[in-house]
Ligand binder design. Structure first.
Ligand SMILES: [Zn+2]
Length: 261
């Protein structure tokens, strides 16, 4: 069973003081309104850790007090891969319902790409290839936060959208993490059609491990280079309940961390 259920109606009530019409949720203003609403309603901590090319704030959400059991989740690094932003952006609400001692960080990495509907940032750079040289302000902001907190961050997830099948991608250290996530996804009895579930596949080391000299500068490669297990996930564009998919990713991540002790 999914760890928590999501109340979509919470976002759809016109009598709500911060009501967000459907058509605006895919925009940056919708995103920030949601952030505001969710942080107020669910006591998530919001912190600006940098700004994008277009000077949009990069807002890191945190659930729970800072501790040494942190899971860092970045999404929307590719601005055009968030097919149902509304569900993804509603994830903080689901997060707020989790009762455990982990600290969860959650950030939209490429707000400019979201509004422009582009893979790249507003300067045409692929942020998910920039975690070596850090030429983009977005990658720099994440790097600054993660290097300052790396002792506390035990796992990272990088959320993408795929046009074909869903899959998990991991580098060396993330192998067991990916397996644990896969188990959680497969054992979840999610009550919706999920053809993409069977398409989950692991691609051990499609980046650095086949040719150690070939580094793409992805977020996951970067996290692994810091010794933090990481898993990237490509979610099929037709996956209808992405927030539940994400919940199971967290279940798998937590199981991985618990078994690691
Ligand atoms: Zn992507």
């Amino acid at each position: 069973m999914p760890l928590a259920t999501f109340e979509m109606s919470a976002l759809e009530n016109p009598s709500d003081p911060i009501f967000i019409p459907m058509e605006r949720v895919n925009t940056l203003i919708g995103y920030y309104l949601l952030i505001k609403k969710l942080t107020i309603a669910h006591k998530l901590h919001a912190e600006e850790i940098g700004t994008s090319v277009e000077n949009n704030p990069l807002i890191l959400l945190r659930k729970g007090p800072k501790n040494n059991k942190s899971i860092f989740i970045e999404f929307g690094c590719h601005g055009n891969e968030i097919y149902r932003v509304r569900e993804l952006l509603s994830f903080p609400e689901t997060l707020s319902k989790i009762k455990d001692t982990y600290t969860y960080y959650f950030i939209l990495t490429n707000p400019d790409g979201l509004i422009l509907n582009t893979r790249e940032n507003a300067r045409g750079k692929d942020i998910n290839r920039d975690f070596i040289k850090f030429t983009t302000p977005e990658a720099r902001a994440l790097n600054k936060f993660i290097t300052a907190n790396k002792k506390n961050i035990k796992a990272t997830l990088s959320i993408h959208g795929a046009r074909l099948g869903s899959k998990l991608i991991h580098m060396g250290k993330g192998h067991k993490l990916a397996k644990s996530i896969k188990r959680a996804l497969r054992s979840a009895e999610l009550d919706y059609p999920h053809p993409y579930m069977n398409e989950i596949e692991e691609e051990p080391g499609i980046f650095g491990m086949i040719n150690p000299n070939k580094k793409f500068g992805t977020f996951s490669e970067y996290a692994e280079s810091l010794g933090i297990p990481s898993c990237a996930v490509e979610m099929h564009k037709d996956a209808i309940d992405k927030h539940l998919f994400l919940m199971e990713m967290l279940v798998g991540t937590k199981k991985y961390l618990e078994n690691k002790k």
